[in-house]
Ligand binder design. Sequence first.
Ligand SMILES: Nc1ncnc2c1ncn2[C@@H]1O[C@H](COP(=O)(O)OP(=O)(O)O)[C@@H](O)[C@H]1O
Ligand SMILES: [Mg+2]
Length: 316
Amino acid sequence: MALSDDDVAAAAEKARLIIREVSKVVLGKEETVKLVLAALLAEGHILIEGMPGTAKTLTARAFAKTIGGVFKRIQFTPDTMPADIIGFYLYTPTGARSLVKGPIFANILLADELNRAPPRTQAALVEAMQECSVTIEGNTFQLPRPFMVIATQLPHGFAGTYALPEVLVDRFMFRLWSDYNPPETEVEIMENIDYIDELPVERVATPEDVLAMRSLVKKVHVSREILGYIEDVLRAVRQDPNVLIGPSTRAAIALYKGARALAMLDGRSYVIPDDVKELLHPVLDHRVRVRAEAEVEGVRPEDIVEKALSEVPVPK
Ligand SMILES: Nc1ncnc2c1ncn2[C@@H]1O[C@H](COP(=O)(O)OP(=O)(O)O)[C@@H](O)[C@H]1O
Ligand SMILES: [Mg+2]
């Protein structure tokens, strides 16, 4: 069935409500909030990276509260084990066992400071993200729907962090950069901190609303020209002489699905080039590894993506 204008308008209106609600407490980060919502609607997971104290955790908590459903949080430390996330069987002396479900059984899971977890624990989380299920002692359990991981990490090099391996980072649809707040915003945060601390956001959507919006997003139209543009950008990035590891097909899929969600948030039933352009940095920056020689000269992944953004011809 084709997408009706009424369905798109209603979904866009609901999305506006969610973004407005979160932005009551997360000041000056509408773009981040919008992209978190786009990832949720595109069935993706989000990695928010940046300096400490820049509202990474607050964004995830406020966002989860507006959607309703089950919200869980894992604060990762160097001794967090896979069983702490997925759960385990508890055995009684008689040999009977009962399942203790881990915090991963949630609609929205905040995986806070993921890069402080040891690799085996990171891998357990990523398997769940990919499969939407977990396996405990050979038994597989489905996770609730929707299921979204919002992971946060400190920039590489902070004490006590393990860099996330490329294969793992590739599983995140978007990586968002959380920068220091500008001075005006910081003043506003200080003036409103008692209010912000209480997290006074209302639930304005349900998990069922999210599932309904997800199925609408799948009906958003993507033309051949848009697909061609995505391929041209990916080729430009992969062929850049400064690139050691380029974006995988997961990046193409993330651009495709993410652009459909952005179109829906904007009240359109079709994708335009701007939807794709807006996502190039969030989708590609964390999937590009620069050659060592270029890195020494200061070339960063975002420079390579920016070059592709400015040079690849955009369809009309
Ligand atoms: N943009 C912002 N809007 C509202 N509060 C903010 C913002 N940036 C930082 N804060 C405040 O700073 C503190 C740290 O935020 P938090 O989300 O815990 O940081 P992070 O998880 O990035 O280390 C919180 O009290 C939060 O309310
Ligand atoms: Mg935090």
